[in-house]
Design a binder for this molecule. Structure first.
Ligand code: ADP
Ligand code: MG
Length: 697
């Protein structure tokens, strides 16, 4: 068997491949582009394209594609072959710098939220040279950003790249204040997303239209065993799953994805994969590749990988923990408490920037995780509550308290502490938090945002985080750059920031009702329970100002995104409604009817022989009343879906769908689940929760 170190990254045109295959000058200019965001010369692009093509052809490629991330949330590609005719019926394999840096897919079939009406249908994709090209299915994939001809972002990657630039600019201003001669060239955000998923037998999946069309089960009676014994979390991995994980790791490693940790999660059939963190745009690309690869490898093992946030009612859903920090190109993590007072002061300022950002833009963070699927998780005592707060741990909180009140943190160190920030005590480095109820936790040298849904792209939350923190840093730099005395201003700034934003810090149990009351009633924090509650905040004046100030979105782009997010919500639930109605009419009602007939026939036969038939009579009556409830429920669902079709305003529609259709789906499910628990297995046409959750052996 080949050594991992030998094949790692063999399908990625990474630094090693570049070094090997590019003339030294070309390699150097490309490196400059990658490391320092310098513009790429077309001559350099031509040489890179040619080298990439030769590399790809040697590995069996015939095609290339610009690989991008439109607003659908999944990746898109349009394949072109390398062939170029040279006359006499002959061809050569060609790939130019122009083809590498720019592509022109037809933009008209992707969601544009009104941008389509105002702009041309055509869009273009632009190479992101900081994310390595890779090979998938004999195709050279070039990670790109996707924009309209007017330059409007039509994808999830462009804003992320813009936000990385914003935080870089502002963080550099701060670093230069601490050290005018700093050798740091840029600051990037690092991200490590932990990905949860379910694995179920393909054979069972194929029999459930709800899983096929909506990604989740729309009904399903509670199995005799769920997760109550808590025996799955970190439990021994079944051999079939182990084989899947081994193949998945291998595929990801070939692509240069640092898949690191694999374990069972809390629910039966639930697992997690965590990669080693990397810079935000690459982490986002890699996470998309990971999700795609999970589904592909699962198929090869006769399994299906479910990435939906809540595939099973009553069973913990799946999320994605987005670990985030800021680091310099020289490898210094700006969220690591330092060894010296000077480093600590800098750490505290960056920490305060995050605290301020999360408090001021809690709505945007909530929105970055708002989808129809994730609404089933947030606030359901299995994922963080819908209220955003920050967990800092007792020690760091105590230090911030001391700074705010200008009191001593530790009496033993009183003498040193008088100057506050300047002489902050050394902080414990392994501040690993085990408070799983916090949506936003400081875990020693990074923050972990735990709201994101398992199927979401992590670009949205990182775009918000980067931009909001950039804004805090911008305000800090504006003050500090003109300060008469840097250290005095710094102390005041940190103290004022803590005072103003400490309401967002909470170290207790996020699931506690008392916390939700305190958060909303005393602290004035937002509790945006569902997607329609959250989304309207997107377009508030402060949020438009934030994104436009930092050139992450213009107002038109924001309006279009708002529409897309709302439409997405309503469409998702409409599909669920249509699927549920279909399954009720074609599978569930016929099953109940057939079974009822058998019961009635048996009852009649018994009675004709003078044998009591109380059981049959009682069951038949129960099934009849359930049938009536199901028919009434599905009729109500259809009526509301029809009414919804008449509502044209996207916001009104989303609220109507939430209040009526979502409720109808939940009510209908109750009767269906009860029926499932009564109908004999041989009549029930769908795999049960036991089949789905315990079917992989
Ligand atoms: P857990 O949260 O399960 O205890 P860890 O905290 O060790 O696991 O790591 C979770 C994820 O956080 C991993 O993907 C890891 O690479 C990532 N991570 C670790 N350090 C950083 C950092 N400085 N910035 C961003 N992500 C990080
Ligand atoms: Mg974690």
């Amino acid at each position: 068997m080949a050594l991992v170190s030998e094949y790692f990254g063999c399908l990625s045109f990474d630094d090693t491949a570049m070094k090997q295959r590019l003339p030294r000058d070309t390699y150097r200019s490309l490196k400059k582009t990658i490391d320092e965001n310098k513009e790429l010369d077309i001559n350099v692009a031509n040489i890179v394209a040619n080298a990439m093509k030769d590399w790809a052809i040697e590995k069996g490629c015939t095609h290339f594609t610009h690989w991008f991330q439109p607003m659908t949330g999944v990746t898109a590609e349009k394949h072109d072959s390398f062939i170029s005719p040279i006359g006499d019926g002959k061809i050569i394999m060609e790939f130019s710098g122009k083809e590498l840096v720019r592509g022109e897919p037809d933009a008209s079939s992707f969601p544009s939220g009104g941008l389509r009406a105002t702009f041309e249908d055509r869009g273009y994709t632009a190479w992101d040279p900081t994310s390595y090209a890779f090979i998938k299915d004999n195709t050279l994939c070039i990670p790109t950003a996707f924009c309209s001809y007017g330059g409007e972002a039509l994808d999830k990657k462009t804003p992320l790249l813009r936000s990385m630039k914003a935080i870089d600019t502002q963080a550099m201003r701060i670093l230069r204040l601490f050290d005018p001669h700093t050798n740091v060239a840029c600051v990037r955000t690092s991200v490590g997303p932990e990905q949860e998923y379910f694995l179920i037998p393909r054979e069972m999946y194929d029999k459930r239209k709800d899983l096929i069309y909506t990604g989740r089960t729309l009904f399903g009676a509670k199995p005799p065993k769920g997760q109550e014994l808590e025996d799955h979390y970190f439990g021994a991995i079944k051999s079939k799953v182990k084989e899947f994980m081994r193949d998945l790791d291998e595929e990801l490693w070939k692509l240069g994805v640092h898949a690191k940790t694999e374990h069972n999660e809390g629910a039966p059939a639930q697992h997690e994969l965590a990669p080693i963190f990397t810079q935000a745009n690459i982490a986002t690309d890699h996470n998309q590749m990971t999700m795609e690869m999970m589904q592909k490898v699962a198929k090869q093992h006769d399994l299906v990988c479910l990435l939906h946030e809540k595939p099973f009612g009553g069973i913990t859903g799946s999320g994605k923990h987005n670990n985030w920090s800021m680091a310099t190109n020289t490898g210094v993590n700006l969220l690591t408490p330092g060894e010296t007072p000077y480093e600590n002061a800098q750490f505290l300022l960056f920490l305060c920037a995050v605290i301020k950002a999360v408090d001021e833009y809690q709505d945007l963070l909530r929105i970055s995780a708002a989808t129809a699927g994730n609404d089933h998780r947030l606030g359901a005592n299995e994922a963080p509550p819908a209220v955003i707060s920050i967990f800092l741990g007792d020690e760091l909180s105590a230090i911030l308290d001391a700074l705010e009140t200008e009191t001593h943190y530790d009496p033993k160190e009183a003498a040193q502490l008088q100057l506050g920030v300047d002489t902050l005590p050394r902080l414990p480095k392994d501040n690993t938090d085990r408070n799983r109820t916090s949506p936003f936790a400081f875990t020693g040298n990074k923050f972990e945002f735990r709201m994101v849904g398992s199927s979401n792209s992590i670009s949205s939350c990182n775009t918000v985080l980067n931009t909001a923190v950039a804004e805090s840093l911008r305000q800090f730099a504006d003050i500090l750059e003109v300060a008469e005395d840097f250290h005095t201003s710094l102390n005041t700034l940190i103290r004022d920031t803590i005072k103003e934003h400490k309401r967002i810090i909470f170290n207790g149990n996020g699931y506690d009702d008392a916390w939700i009351r305190e958060a909303t009633e005393v602290r004035g924090l937002l509790n945006l329970k569902t997607t329609p509650d959250a989304l309207p905040y997107y377009l508030s004046a402060k949020n438009i100002r934030l994104f436009t100030t930092h050139n992450v979105y213009n107002e038109t782009e924001m309006r279009s995104r708002y529409e897309i997010m709302l439409e997405n919500y309503s469409k998702t639930i409409n599909i669920e409604a249509a699927t549920m109605a279909d399954m009720v009419y074609k599978g569930i009602l016929p099953a109940i009817t057939s079974y009822s007939r058998e019961i009635c026939d048996t009852g009649l036969s018994k009675k004709s022989l003078g044998i009591p038939a109380d059981y049959e009579t009682g069951l038949a009556q129960k099934l009849t009343s359930l049938t009536e409830a199901i028919v009434a429920g599905v009729t109500r669902l259809e009526t509301h879906t029809r009414e919804a079709a008449q509502i044209h305003d996207v916001t009104d529609l989303a609220f109507f769908i939430r209040d009526k259709v979502v409720t109808d789906l939940e009510t209908l499910r109750l009767s269906v689940d009860e029926a499932e628990s009564l109908v004999a297995s041989k009549y029930w046409p769908y795999p049960t929760y036991s089949d789905l959750l315990f079917g992989v052996r």
